[in-house]
Design a protein around this ligand. Structure first.
Ligand code: F0G
Length: 451
């Protein structure tokens, strides 16, 4: 089989800058060992997130110039509405400035004290928004999803039996919606199968509960279904995505992922009554219904992004390039969450640094080591992000998130070489302790010191 190439050529380039090891040592100390606190110019390859970091196409940039900045009823809004309606079929499409804005509006309406929101795995902002409303956020991932070595093809699946038990235990009236995150970001970017989504839908129907999607990476999830699920090979990704949306009563979407834009989000709703209340909140805090906190040019770029993301040449390259990094790391002996996810490779930091206990944040130690070693910025998804107050996440992970259409294969080779070098010297990695932290979402601003 031939190499799967980037299905695009480069029209604009953006220089990236190498730093010396001495410079990086000073930078990481000045940032108190938190990579969110450093200057992005001091990063060579930035794998902090795949969110809002993608490259737009020539057609999207053309859309930026076409953007209609009218306050109400802008042409660009109707372009976005048409693209999202074609993709999802949803009757109510609300634009927001990003995913968490959709979450905040939704959970202000359906959350609240004494409520319980199940999800395969809440992402950090989703959990924070559920909890901010006073509700409890419960993760119900299948056990394979918590085992880095399991090669289950759909490790993002919800544990349907556990969902049934939760509904019996707490009572359906306390559950405003059952959420499914596609793909499952916190659990390794792993997909959810159609079969599992249908099973969740059946449980929701049985108990009269709405089913919602956190659909940030719906196209990558649909591509995995096409490739891995029996009987799906002949269907288009667009068709599969439509079936997924058709099953749901609503969705929150950050367009900064599969919308292929740098900013933007959506709240999709089926219920007229809920949509009316959401419209009111949207106007109160985001903006009028036809722009939702975005510029007309952003809407135009999003409309085009939602067309391009279901292109199967793009998705083949996208998923393959992430898989390539994962395969090479595994071959070098680095344990990752297997199989590689759709948008990122997740290194098992507990296995990488067995000499660092969870209380000393092995993931953070690895993130710091990778920056020192090679100027690469990655993101801890473990006890820093989800720990604190006696809580302990199921895995200590470091995410190498791959921005969309940004880096080439040689950049990825460099990343693999750097991680492999660090793996050979892993005994030198040092644990950290937290010096100060905020009340919520502490990974963004916490300060550390090496122990
Ligand atoms: N849901 C999931 C599954 C996400 O991955 C994110 C963002 C959000 C919701 C919130 O969207 O950032 O537009 O407000 N994830 C980014 C990441 C930040 O790095 O994984 P947002």
């Amino acid at each position: 089989m031939r190499t799967i190439i980037e299905p695009f050529r480069v029209k604009v380039v953006e220089p990236i800058r190498m730093t010396t090891r001495e410079q990086r040592e000073q930078i990481i100390r000045d940032a108190e060992f938190n990579l969110f606190r450093i200057h992005a110019d001091d990063v060579l390859i930035d794998l902090l997130t795949d969110s809002g970091t993608g490259a737009m196409s020539s057609l999207q940039w053309a859309g930026v110039m076409r953007g209609d900045e009218s306050y109400a009823g802008a042409r660009s809004w109707f372009a976005l509405e048409a693209a999202v309606r074609k993709l999802s079929g949803f009757p109510h499409i609300l634009p927001t400035h990003q995913g968490r804005a959709s979450e905040r509006i939704l959970f202000e309406l359906i959350g609240g004290p004494n409520r319980v929101v199940p999800n395969n795995s809440h992402f950090d902002t989703t959990r924070a928004n559920v909890e901010h409303s006073g509700a409890a956020a419960i993760d119900l991932l299948i056990p394979e999803g918590r085992d880095p070595r399991s090669r289950h093809p759909f490790k993002g699946n919800m544990d349907v039996a556990a969902l049934e038990r939760l509904i019996t235990d707490v009572g359906g009236e306390r559950i405003p919606a059952v959420f499914v995150t596609i793909t499952n970001n916190s659990g390794g970017g792993q997909p959810v199968s159609l079969e599992n989504l249908r099973a969740v839908r059946r449980v929701c129907d049985k108990h009269g509960l709405p089913m919602f999607l956190d659909a940030c990476r719906f196209a990558e999830n649909a591509y995995f279904i096409q490739q891995r699920e029996p009987g799906q090979r002949e269907r288009s990704v667009r068709e599969i995505a439509r079936e997924i949306f058709d099953m749901a009563d609503g969705a929150t979407i950050s367009a900064k992922k599969d919308g292929l834009v740098n900013i933007g989000g959506l709240l999709l709703l089926r219920s007229d009554a809920l949509a009316q209340r959401a419209d009111e909140l949207l106007i109160l805090t985001e903006g009028f219904l036809t722009y939702g906190g975005l510029a007309g040019r952003d809407l135009e770029a999003m409309a085009q992004g939602f067309e391009e993301v279901v292109d199967e040449d793009y998705l083949r390259y996208r998923v393959r390039s992430v898989e390539y990094v994962g395969e090479r790391l595994l071959a070098a002996g680095v344990q990752i969450v297997e199989p590689p996810g759709g948008h990122a490779v997740y290194i098992d930091a507990a296995a990488f640094c067995p000499h660092i206990p969870p209380e000393q944040y092995p993931g953070q130690a690895l993130v710091v080591g990778l920056y020192r070693q090679a100027g690469i910025r990655a993101c801890e998804i473990g006890s820093v992000m989800f720990g604190g107050a006696g809580k302990r996440p199921p895995m200590e992970l470091v995410r190498l998130a791959i921005p969309r259409r940004v880096y080439t294969q040689s950049h990825m080779d460099y990343v693999v070489e750097a991680v492999t070098e660090l793996f050979a010297m892993r005994g030198e990695l040092r644990g950290l302790e937290i010096v100060s932290e905020p009340a919520a979402l502490r990974h963004f601003t916490a300060r550390f010191r090496e122990v």
